[in-house]
Ligand binder design. Structure first.
Ligand SMILES: [Ca+2]
Length: 357
């Protein structure tokens, strides 16, 4: 496999990203932050900020613990009003809380959730100072913050409105939400379908949107061997252990896959030295919210080409994607270098899709 430069020695331009996460309940947001931080450390991503779209103070604190573990001091914004909620699985009575544990027991650069800027302030601050058409926003939770950004007016941070900032500064919005070509999914409909509809309907047509649906990550289980492969002090390992429980660390992969695409797009050859495992499921058309409950359906329209939904590339198995994700989830930050691609090749040598380009 191709070697991708040492730490602090970027071989490609770093893709600036903002992650909008509901890190609090499901643990795949921790997996997504792991992917983002490893790519940041490798010089492929520039993790500009993390904004929370759930109100518990443990979300931003746990996010800080994960970023700090990877050696990255990343600006974080807590959702308002801030609560002291802890997660209780009243749906399946199966999964367990991890965010407060990461917040209390791992080093973190963020001292308190209340000291952070609001999501809208952090969005506007990062976007206003960004190069034009440079930022990728990766949404892996509810869309409340994005709707508030689009509705925001000119202020002391920027003379541009939120809609103008999105048009001018964002090159792509990547959203884990919905089901494709149609269906109902929790990020879209579970908490704030009104904001979902607002973002889907008002996002500027000049800026690309890529959707990652429930059917993609929901068929791929990653994290299988975290106990064997993670350093023992890994907050990723512990979060997966606490959340999944019952002796397992295997979890579905909606958010890590979305984040991988959000940094790499479909150009994996020059960045990872492997063929892209993802492709677009459509050439044209647009997403629509078809009911008040946030359900969605793809509308066929050859005139609109800025919107896509993701699928696995032809010939790629769920196992191949899971194997790649596990390389990120188990990455040892003390190496302070890029993914050990020799190891990647070794672990996946039976998977022809990883052949070097
Ligand atoms: Ca999420």
């Amino acid at each position: 496999m191709r070697l991708v430069g040492a730490a602090g020695e970027p071989v490609n331009s770093r893709q600036p990203i903002i992650i909008d996460t509901d890190l609090f309940s499901d643990v795949d947001d921790v997996g997504a932050l792991a992917v983002a931080n490893v790519l940041h450390s490798c010089g492929l991503a520039d993790l500009k900020g993390v904004v929370l779209n759930t109100p518990s103070n443990y979300g931003p604190l746990a996010a800080s613990a994960v970023c700090t573990y990877y050696g990255n001091d990343v600006p974080i914004a807590a959702f308002r009003p801030i609560t002291n909620d802890t997660f209780f699985d009243s749906f399946d009575y199966l999964y367990s809380e991890y965010a407060s544990k990461l917040a209390h027991h791992w080093p973190r650069t963020l001292k308190s959730a209340s000291s952070t800027r609001t999501p809208t302030e952090l969005y506007r601050t990062i976007l206003s100072s960004a190069d034009d058409k440079s930022i990728h926003i990766i949404s892996i939770g509810f869309l409340t913050n994005l709707a508030n950004l689009l509705k925001s007016e000119a202020d002391h941070i920027s003379h541009l409105s939120g809609l103008e900032l999105a048009s001018k500064k964002v090159s792509e919005l990547i959203i884990m939400g919905g089901e494709y070509p149609s269906g109902w999914e929790f990020n879209f409909g579970g908490v704030d379908p009104e904001s979902t509809a607002y973002v889907v309907q008002h996002w500027p047509r000049s800026v690309n949107i890529t959707y990652s649906g429930a059917e993609l990550g929901g068929n791929i289980s990653s994290g299988q061997n975290l106990v064997q492969r993670c350093p023992p002090n890994s907050p990723v390992l512990s979060a997966y252990q606490w959340y999944v429980g019952r002796g397992s660390t295997t979890r579905l992969s909606w958010d890590p896959i979305t984040t991988l695409y959000g940094v790499l797009g479909l150009d994996w050859g020059s960045k990872l030295g492997i063929r892209p495992l993802l492709d677009y499921g459509n050439e044209s058309g647009y997403n629509s919210i078809v009911a008040a409950n946030g359900s969605n359906a793809w509308v066929h329209d050859t005139r609109i080409t800025n919107q896509h939904w993701l699928r696995l590339a032809d010939g790629v198995s769920n196992h191949s994607m899971a194997a790649l994700l596990d390389e990120f989830l188990t990455h040892d930050p003390s190496l302070r270098s890029c993914l050990p691609y020799g190891m990647l090749a070794e672990n996946t040598k039976d998977i022809p899709i990883f052949a070097e380009i």
